[in-house]
Design a protein around this ligand. Structure first.
Ligand code: IDP
Ligand code: MG
Length: 139
């Protein structure tokens, strides 16, 4: 995956609250092209693997429970400078600190249930995209 791509998940709280449409509108109107997308649900093993870097953190168990409790929307997005620009669009991890107009400011409830995921590097964008999609599902 080239460095003009990033990976996102609309997390279970976004799906539960009916926010798939509004969040996707915000993403596409901000200049991101949808390269791959699906409604899916993480297994416990999926979530533990995806968030392995956080396994020693005190919130890890709650994070896995949250991320597996219902469907998510997984997507690969394309734009110049995708990883950095998408992190700017979603805002800080804690929505109380996320700038006005960012997705987490608009749609997230708390630091734990924060509406969306965005890859933090080109390397992780490629790994995370490949975790969810085969080459035939990327356009
Ligand atoms: P990020 O999603 O902004 O990259 P990370 O630090 O990578 O943030 O954390 C991954 C996810 O773990 C967050 O999006 C959030 O759902 C959860 N999380 C992070 N920090 C906390 C915390 O202090 N308490 C509870 N949950 C947290
Ligand atoms: Mg992160």
């Amino acid at each position: 995956m080239a460095n003009n791509r990033t990976f996102t998940m609309l997390k279970p709280d976004s799906v539960e609250k009916g926010n798939i449409g509004p969040i996707l509108e915000k993403i596409t109107s901000s200049g991101f092209r949808i390269v791959a997308m699906k409604l899916t649900q993480l297994t416990t093993a999926d979530a533990e693997a995806f968030y392995d870097i956080h396994k020693e953190r005190p919130f890890f168990g709650d994070l896995v429970t949250y991320m597996t409790r219902g469907p998510i929307v997984a997507a690969i997005l394309e734009k110049d400078n995708a990883v950095e620009d998408f992190r700017a669009l979603i805002g800080a991890t804690n929505p109380a600190e996320a700038a006005d107009g960012t997705i987490r400011n608009m749609f997230a409830d708390s630091i734990s249930e924060n509406a969306v995921h965005g890859s933090d590097s080109d390397e992780n964008a490629a790994i995370e995209g490949a975790f969810h999609f085969s080459g035939r599902e990327m356009f």
